[in-house]
Design a protein around this ligand. Sequence first.
Ligand code: SF4
Length: 394
Amino acid sequence: MLIKPNANILPDTGEPGFGIYLHWPFCAAKCPYCDFNSHVRHQPVDQQRFAEAFIKEIAYMRELSGPKTVTSIFVGGGTPSLMDPATIETVLDGVARSWHVPDGIEITMEANPSSVEADRFRGYRSAGVNRVSMGVQALNDKDLRFLGRLHNVEEALKAIGLARDIFPRMSFDLIYARPDQTIEAWEAELKQAISYAVDHLSLYQLTIEEGTAFYGLYKAGKLQTLDEERAADLYEATQEITAAQGMPAYEVSNHARPGAESRHNLTYWRYGDYAGIGPGAHGRLRHGAAKRATATERNPEAWLQRVEAERNGMVENELLGPEEQADELLLMGLRLREGVDLARWQHLSRRDPDPDREQALLDLGFIERLGNSRLRCTPKGMLVLDSVVADLAF
Ligand code: SF4
């Protein structure tokens, strides 16, 4: 084991950082709302073979990135808690062999309550994982069944308790704006969730994504979604309750006690660099004045074969110029409560924000300046974030 399971996670420095994203693409069942790169296999997965392929692709990405100091590692999926602790350890060791991994960086893995066992959790902890992000999604059994989840509330609470005991940091996800959900029911559920939370919660509105089972039902008129006004009311209630309970939003859907923000996700939103490894992983790696945008083959077995033959499973490898980078910086940064660093945006775009467009958004109350150095969305602007970004971008 090369990574020490340090309990004192290094604090955020405010810098974009350099993250490593590892994608484990397998799940026990496909949730009807999910458009992630997740696959169900009815035969056991050859974890050792996959781990060896991860090691190969890690080494390849290291050649692309050059030497770097890692500020966070995130094992996402899929369901990484289906990985054996030995698989996690092998892959994390591969990262530590390729880049400099200081003691105490944030190392997160995603877990599902249905695949949680105490021994496995202890094994992940010994391998270096110091933060777990759990897919709880709802705190009532009827909605868990509707969301196609394999766990019930009792199992979710047991898994939360175990994670709290074993890992220094823990977050869990909930999905709200479910069909027929009333504001009173969501407020009660959210307050209950906060009482179980440690320091971080991810609260997503249910969206119907193309290609999912819910999309088919929605198109056939068999699934009703909340109207925009009710969904906006639920969003506002979410902001008020979490802020009042000391876990305000630091990003559109993410809430934390001060200092407990996800270091890894901040790297995405601050437009730092990250290496994306595993089937269907995306990455951004600096390349001189350009940024390299990478994506790997999504199908797990096809990815495996490519990596075994060519040491990488990349299917996209594109250099982004200054304007594309400036747009991405805006797209990601405006999601954050801290907003966008204007000097960085001006450096990349080689221009100032268009004064007329900026003024129009200021007048509408959608954006605000933080001194001369930062621009951010107001809570009202967050509700129409895509249009704000489209107005300010190239
Ligand atoms: S467990 Fe997560 S990744 Fe897997 S299908 Fe469900 S939502 Fe998607």
